[in-house]
Ligand binder design. Structure first.
Ligand code: ADP
Length: 400
């Protein structure tokens, strides 16, 4: 069964096409960037190692899906004989609120719910929806399935998801913690149990997804108990450009001093804060900040310490939530690749059962691996995430 996975954002469409029957092989993948802006480009690569890069005449998501389809059929770099080989399309959708808690077939009713949920994800859901409608237009008759970032966190209990705000804002306006990156947390928790050889429904796992955006989840017996992101992906640990947890009063003060509108304050917190704001070198990429810290930049070294400390604090909190811990999992860009960040996060946690093996931690590999010592009471894993594959699996299961 061939499954196309689409991740439609505000100015980009990413795609991956899988042959599920052939060991879930990636037939081709790529992305179109700067849609609707000058200089729209496409990158495409197939399983034979052939690549195409360059400018494309794409003005909207429908043009994007059209050009992806053309590449997939191309006589040189294509991977399909006919578009009818595509049996279903899986879409990454950011916000499903309490309305959608499972992968769902995107019929008219489900699309209306995606539209309604845009009230809490105005920068994401409308673009996800445009991606769905583009696929309907270009690939008519192929079922579209929505896989939601929030879905895995639907099992959080009220004590984890309610804010200390007047209850009417939850009841009337759905303001509560939802969490994001759910597809990734679910995927790596399952993979960690498989690597460990114990059943997922008997394990206490903390998953640390540390990419540009970053979040942790506390997973008990396969079910999410708590996660660090909230009603939007701003809450929680410090991220590339997002502040993470801040006393809201600090924002009100800054808004008054600098005469900021709510949108400007939102942009300050989402786009100018986090590592970018703390390190102050014009980059939100931990690689750049680590390199500058190595050269002696004190603000960069401090930013990395703040980042590690916040993650450490969430690990401690989630050990309390879970009543113990069997496996700590690192995933996503920094979690998979930065041995120094992993070491900084678990430094000093030997006494509560997390013993890092320095030589295993220093190994670079794309494979799932254990980086704790053999006698560590709590295992530490590095599991490369694969949200596209998780979406393809969920899609195949639903339509299969
Ligand atoms: P996204 O969150 O956009 O999906 P990723 O999960 O790929 O992206 O994370 C990208 C981020 O991961 C980079 O901005 C960088 O901060 C971090 N990262 C990636 N590789 C490394 C590395 N080798 N060392 C430190 N940080 C890294």
């Amino acid at each position: 069964m061939v499954i196309l996975v689409i991740n439609a954002g505000s100015s980009s469409v990413k795609f991956t096409i899988f042959d599920m029957a052939n060991q879930k092989k990636v037939l081709a993948s790529g992305l179109i960037e700067r849609i609707g802006i000058e200089g729209t480009t496409m990158k495409y690569a197939n399983h034979r190692g052939e690549e195409v890069k360059g400018e494309v005449p794409v003005k909207n998501p429908q043009d994007a899906v059209k050009i992806i389809s053309e590449r997939l059929l191309d006589s040189k770099v294509g991977v399909l004989k006919s578009l009818s080989d595509i049996k279903a399309i899986g879409h990454r959708i950011v916000q499903g609120m309490e309305k959608i808690q499972e992968p769902i077939l995107l019929n008219a009713e489900a699309k209306n719910i995606v539209r309604e949920c845009a009230v809490l994800a105005p920068l994401h859901n409308p673009h996800n929806l445009m991606g769905i409608e583009a696929c309907e237009a270009v690939l008519p008759g192929v079922p579209n399935v929505g896989v939601f970032d929030t879905a895995f966190h639907a099992t959080m209990p009220p004590e984890a998801y309610l804010y200390g705000l007047p209850y009417k804002y939850y009841e009337n306006n759905h303001i509560r913690r939802y969490g994001f990156h759910g597809t990734s947390h679910a995927y790596v928790a399952k993979a960690a149990a498989a690597l460990d050889g114990r059943p997922l429904d008997k394990l206490k796992i903390i998953t640390a997804h540390l990419g540009n955006g970053a979040s942790l989840a506390a997973v008990k017996n396969g079910q999410c108990q708590d996660t660090s992101m909230g009603v939007t992906p701003l809450e929680g640990v410090i991220m590339g450009t997002r502040s993470g947890d801040v006393d809201p009063s600090a924002i009100f003060q800054i808004m008054k001093w600098e005469n900021l509108t709510p949108d400007e304050a939102d942009s300050l917190l989402n786009k100018k804060s986090g590592i970018l704001g703390l390190a102050n070198i014009g980059s939100s990429d931990l690689r750049d900040v680590e390199a500058e810290a190595d050269k002696g930049n004190k603000l960069c070294a401090q930013a990395l310490k703040v980042y590690a400390y916040r993650v450490k604090k969430y690990i401690g909190a989630y050990m309390a939530v879970l009543g113990g811990l069997d496996i700590l999992v690192f995933t996503a860009g920094a979690g998979e690749n930065s041995s120094t960040m992993r070491a900084a996060i678990v430094a000093g946690l030997e006494g509560i059962g997390l013993k890092l093996d320095a030589s295993k931690n220093s190994v670079r590999s794309p494979e799932p691996r254990v980086i704790s010592t053999d006698d560590s009471p709590i295992k530490i894993h590095v599991i490369p995430t694969n949200e596209e594959l998780a979406i393809a699996e969920a899609t195949a299961k639903l339509v299969g």
